[in-house]
Design a protein around this ligand. Structure first.
Ligand code: GLC
Length: 405
């Protein structure tokens, strides 16, 4: 679960009659810094319940939460000693990240931290936004001093909140952020928490995993670990007017698609200024949870599909032991005649059975037709639109797939 939360949840996407802003609102609506600063005095999320967030994430089958500790507006959701531009100077006055870290520990889910390198608030960050070059002149700014400030904040985050699973950088694309600075920062983070992993937005040519945004790469990212991050509606931060939510079915199939290509899915929630998840997000998490309870084994800890293409859906796999591989066939389009053709699978099949419907005593009938396997689903009733069929096929050895021309 990705969580985008900060002061921008207060305007909730709306400024001067326009309603399509998100976490970029200060920049996109060109809100002067002293005007934006006033949101700090209004931040008081009375309904923030970190244990409820953790429960919802876990019930959706999620295994880690990545939260914005500081987004591009520079505002810190944690107790940062080097600045007053943080949650401690709000009416709320309590460290959000500390509370979430505790809840994650209690709930047994990993915590990851998002941190924006770009900072529209710190006086030493360069460059300025073009539109405020006159009101916030660059004179006197010192980028090295900014980097020292940033490292100070990262040290707070990596020494004060227990083990952190992921450091998720962002906002690395401005010209001041050189490849050398990225390499240095990567090393700095890894020294503070040697078992952490760091995303590739730490800087050019470094990082432990790729971060496709709002897209699923057609064939995954060859030879690299990766994670697609995606919003449920159009915005990362809370936008009251944005009701354009993807359906639970689309999100569920995105998850399967991503897993079949060897990636992880970082699905975003943008909490309200009160600290609650939008009702639409709660509902979608719940429905994803229904799927994960039935078929989570076909997602967690699996590997990419051995098939280059399957006309009816997707496949994930898991090595069970030295002699057996388990394939999970996600059937999105149930064949009209009830016969699922698995193209070019040469292995001996030990057993095929339905995962999301009631099993038959002897498993599903499997027939070899040349290089293809024919699995008869005809005997079972489909689980209906809420779930999709998942068929579990145990085969001898590692998958051997003959690819058709
Ligand atoms: C972009 C945006 C940012 C969002 C991020 C998530 O880089 O600048 O608002 O946090 O993507 O991947």
């Amino acid at each position: 679960m990705f969580v985008h939360w900060g002061l921008y949840a207060i305007p909730a996407g709306e400024w001067n009659g326009r309603t399509d802003y998100g976490e970029w609102i200060r920049n996109n609506a060109r809100i002067p810094i002293d005007v934006y600063d006033q949101f700090q005095a209004r931040f008081n999320p009375a309904k923030f319940d970190p244990d409820a967030w953790v429960r919802m994430a876990k019930a959706a089958g999620m295994q880690y939460i990545v939260i914005t500790t500081k987004h591009h507006d520079g505002f810190a959701l944690f107790d940062s000693k080097g600045t007053t531009w943080d949650v401690m100077a709000t009416p709320y006055g309590r460290d959000i990240i500390a509370q979430l870290a505790d809840a994650c520990r209690r709930g047994g889910i990993r915590l990851g931290l998002y941190y924006s390198i770009m900072d529209w608030h710190h006086p030493d960050y360069l460059p300025r936004r073009e539109w405020e070059a006159a009101s916030r002149p660059e004179s006197g700014a010192d980028f090295d001093r900014y980097v020292a400030f940033m490292k100070g904040q990262l040290k707070e985050l990596l020494t004060g909140y227990g083990p952190v699973g992921v450091l998720w950088f962002d906002g690395q694309w401005e010209p001041t952020w050189t490849a050398a600075r990225g390499r240095d920062l990567y090393g700095y983070v890894r020294r503070l928490q040697p078992s952490i992993i760091v995303n590739n937005r730490v800087g050019e040519g470094v990082g432990d995993f790729g971060t496709p945004e709002q897209e699923i790469p057609a064939t995954g990212l060859a030879g690299a670990a990766w994670e697609t991050c995606m919003t449920m509606n159009r915005n990362w931060g809370f936008n009251r007017a944005d009701k354009d939510f993807k359906s639970a079915e689309t999100l569920r199939r995105n998850l399967v698609d991503i897993a079949s290509k060897g990636g992880n899915f970082l699905l975003n929630v943008g909490p309200t200024a009160d600290g609650e998840f939008p009702a639409e997000s709660v509902e979608r998490l719940r429905q994803i949870g229904d799927f994960m309870r039935a078929a989570g084994e076909s997602i967690h800890g699996t590997q990419a599909s051995p098939f280059p293409f399957l006309p009816w859906g997707r496949c994930t796999q898991r090595r069970l032991d030295a002699n057996t591989t388990r394939l999970y066939l996600h059937v999105w389009d149930r064949p009209a005649d009830g016969v699922l053709v698995v193209p070019g699978l040469l292995n001996h099949v030990r057993r095929a059975r339905p995962m999301t419907t009631v099993d038959t005593p002897f498993g599903l009938p499997v027939e070899r037709k040349g290089e293809d396997l024919h699995i008869s689903l005809g005997l079972i009733t489909g689980p209906g639109p809420a779930l999709d069929d998942v068929i579990v096929v145990d085969i001898a050895g590692a998958p051997r797939v003959k690819t058709q021309k």
